[in-house]
Design a protein around this ligand. Sequence first.
Ligand code: GLY
Length: 376
Amino acid sequence: MNRFDGDVIVVGAGLIGLAIAFELAERGASVRIYERGEPGRAASWAGAGMLAPYTERIRNEALLDLCAASLAEYPAFVERILAASGIDASLQLDGVIYVAFESDGLQALREQAKALTARHVESRMLDRSETLRAAPWLRGGVLGALLKSGEGRVDNRRLGRALAVACEARGAHIEHSSSITVECDARRVLGVRTDRGFVGAGAVVNACGAWAAQLAGVPRACVPPIEPVKGQMIALATPVGFVRRATWVPGAYLVPRDDGRLLVGATSEASGFDERVTAHGVHELLHASLGAAPALAGFSLTESWAGLRPGTPDGLPFLGPAPLDGLFLATGHYRNGILLAPATARLIADAIETGAASALEPFSMARLGTKAVDPQ
Ligand code: GLY
């Protein structure tokens, strides 16, 4: 029996949109996903897949709680996707190391360790020799590190492929359309118009990431103020196991993949929808990574790319009902979209299925002071 009031359309087949569609399809909803590009691409493909709310030093309590909840949901999330798709997204919650080369940095890590203990989050300070045992490729001048045990990484490109297959397996079809326009009347959302005509829906989810403000046909009061924030990344070909854990060094993070690739990220640039890799961006990443680990200097640079994070004015995502009946937002995840996919999917599915959206209040568009769309 379908408990949903009409079909659901998810616009955007990044990890967030796919995760929502998968969750809804598993709950019995009839779901379609529309995407202008390729599923699982854009920021979902460009990220490093780090699952690290504490290393990201998120200051907003509501966002930190959401990120922590989503991290805890990750093992079951990838298991369900594996069961539906047969693709293992390589989740490794083996800890993230944050290293310090200066005494101020080390002091900041000690203070963070205390704050994490107060939150009952497991972490441990490593002295210089413990740090070099954990990461022998670091420069000898390292002073110490903070290891956050429960954080880790997922292979986000694999996760994107797995979710696309899992959605199809559960009957949530992904359709390409070069133009997607939301249609609504004064009271509510009606559906979307695509290259193939109009498709009606009881609910439409804007999961367009950095492009969420561009979704056509949406009343002005429902347009989230999303700005793209570019992140450039590079990959080095290292021997498998050369770097064992995701590691933050001053100015960069390093995330190993099973095949030996070491991802180095990321710049943070407000440059509109420019997705170019620049000499300056690559220079910044190499400067930070080789400064911390000269041992990386001889490896080949095999890949460089850039993605656009969906940034918001206050750093919080827009999640839940928009001020128009039937329209939902799931965007603005900024640096934490991959991490937030499981919790976003669960909470957006709850909001659509039961109308329960109180957990999403801190992330509502209402915080901007916008009014619900006047039906007159
Ligand atoms: N989550 C890391 C980044 O956005 O660069």
